[in-house]
Design a binder for this molecule. Structure first.
Ligand code: IPE
Ligand code: IPE
Ligand code: MG
Length: 249
């Protein structure tokens, strides 16, 4: 077995696209006898540091799950706090990220967001559309099943006779971005919770008990190292892979 160290080796198998289900904010706060929402605040601070770190080490795409279609079921107070945080982020952080050359995208149902948030999202995407640094995507009011359904419905409206992988991909969120190589879920649960069902078809999964606000750059290094030890066969046998893609014994 390859030995693991705390630093990321210069390696060709750095994941191009990392997706993160940022779970555990509520429990992080509860452990400290604080209201859940303070866990979300801390989680958001952590997220900005993580984007910078990913950009710095050369990750091309980072996609994070911030609010699911099912999260509307939470107490109204928590939902409005989360929406408020998202708006504050758009208002206060976007300029800085634009200056750092990051491209920002938001995926999910737009029409359920307030008009003000929707406008901010549109402005942000336009402002950063031509940036060439990391593509940072935030999934808000996002559900994997809904993503597939809206894609099929949009495709049907074009009048096509047959749904194919290629024509459907055009309408799926991030369909034209590199596929997700590594999915990380913090917070101890081993499930997808309706995240990107299509896009995760061949992703490597990494589940950790670490709660999202505690998930440091070092933890990310560990996830990447775990990814680098995987043998990605995509249906083939290990022997069919070129030597550099075979898992060392
Ligand atoms: C994830 O943290 C953030 C959102 C779902 C918005 P949680 O709020 O789910 O935290 P736990 O799972 O209750 O600890
Ligand atoms: C998944 O976390 C959604 C986000 C992290 C935004 P949840 O905490 O909502 O997932 P479940 O309900 O435990 O599956
Ligand atoms: Mg949770």
């Amino acid at each position: 077995m390859k030995s693991t160290t705390q630093t990321i080796p210069e390696h060709t198998s750095l994941p191009r696209h990392i997706a993160i289900i940022m779970d555990g904010n509520g429990r992080w706060a509860k452990k400290r006898f604080m209201p859940r929402v303070l866990g979300h605040k801390k989680g958001l601070d952590r997220l900005f540091e993580m984007v910078d770190y990913c950009h710095q080490i050369g990750i091309r795409n980072l996609t994070v799950f911030a609010f699911s279609t099912e999260n509307w079921r939470r107490p109204e107070e928590e939902v409005s706090f989360l929406m408020g945080l998202f708006m504050k982020m758009l208002q206060e952080k976007v300029r800085g990220m634009h200056q750092k050359n990051y491209r920002l995208k938001v995926i999910g149902y737009r029409h359920r967001l307030s008009t003000q948030v929707r406008e901010l999202v549109e402005e942000t995407e336009q402002l950063t559309a031509n940036n060439t640094g990391i593509t940072f995507t935030i999934a808000v009011d996002y559900g994997g099943r809904q993503d597939l359904l809206q894609a099929v419905n949009q495709l049907l409206q074009t009048g096509v006779k047959e749904v194919t992988e290629d024509n459907l991909r055009e309408y799926i969120a991030l369909g034209n971005e590199p596929e997700v190589d590594l999915l990380i879920r913090t917070g101890g649960e081993s499930r997808i919770s309706n995240f990107m069902l299509w896009q995760l078809a061949y992703s490597e999964f990494y589940f950790t008990d670490t709660l999202w606000p505690d998930f440091t750059d070092k933890h990310l290094d560990e996830a990447i190292q775990s990814f680098q030890l995987r043998e990605r066969r995509f249906g083939r046998t290990g022997e069919q892979l070129p030597p550099e893609e075979q898992r060392p014994d």
